[in-house]
Design a protein around this ligand. Sequence first.
Ligand code: G3P
Ligand code: CA
Length: 305
Amino acid sequence: MTSWQTVTPILAVVLATAVVAPRPAAQARKQAIAHRGASGYAPEHTLAAYRLAMEQKVDFVEPDLGVTKDGVLICLHDDTLERTTNIAKVFPDAPPAQRGNGPRWLANDFTLDEIRRLDAGSWFDQKYTGLKIVTFQEMIDLVKGKAGLYPELKSPPLYVSRGIDQEQIFVKVIKQNKLETPESLKTTPVIIQSFDEPTIRRVAKDLPTIPRVFLTSKDEDVTDARLKELATFATGIAPEKVVIARHPDMVKRAHDAHLTVTSWTFRADEKTTYPSVKDEMSHFLYDLGIDALFTNNPDQFPRRP
Ligand code: G3P
Ligand code: CA
């Protein structure tokens, strides 16, 4: 407890509530979040995908965050490198620990310099050959002041099992860039997301000015009691769209609990019962009333005045 909170407990509470993240109920303006950047058109988590997302006028750009061997936050969805890079070619002899049926090329087994040698573009399309995996800092430098940031702390339990404090590395980068200051939040809104409840509880304490959203694929996370509990440490919930489709009333119940509702993932390359991804997004935003969504196709986001 900092010195000013020892003044009087009541004073401490009053002051504490003054700087916490705003608790919006239903948000008027629906928000588009570029899922891994405009990943329907360019390789996920590359500067090309982030730039295109901003050209397509998104409100937020999503970086999924992993940690390198030398403790640097990188923009990467998977814990391993073989799906979105040529790691098998560049580092054919993976560290022995990773052989057999375990993950072969865990990003956390490689330093940033080693990861810089990888091609993170040609897997998606030859025209993107040579694109690099970028650090969270490089992503911030590109997006800051132009769009919002929606970082996901990926796989915290993996890093805990390796004695790495991913959340503290993240908090340090946010503070180094002053992204938690009310001034900065006006031009670069930030929303933190994770499937990991302990991580959301920690950022609620370490970065109280920044909204934080709990990701889930579980029906049991949208019960009344659970929504009320979530509202004690999160400012929003992000159920996978199938969960909302099964429990459409959860949107109103979450709003009543002062939680925003965001969903994922809306992508044009997915076969659905809707004529188009635009129709699917419209249904969730304007019929079911969610506040925001993750999409691979930001240019299809159905804006309404
Ligand atoms: O972060 C929202 C959504 O992207 C969650 O799924 O696996 O794409 O990170 P994933
Ligand atoms: Ca994500």
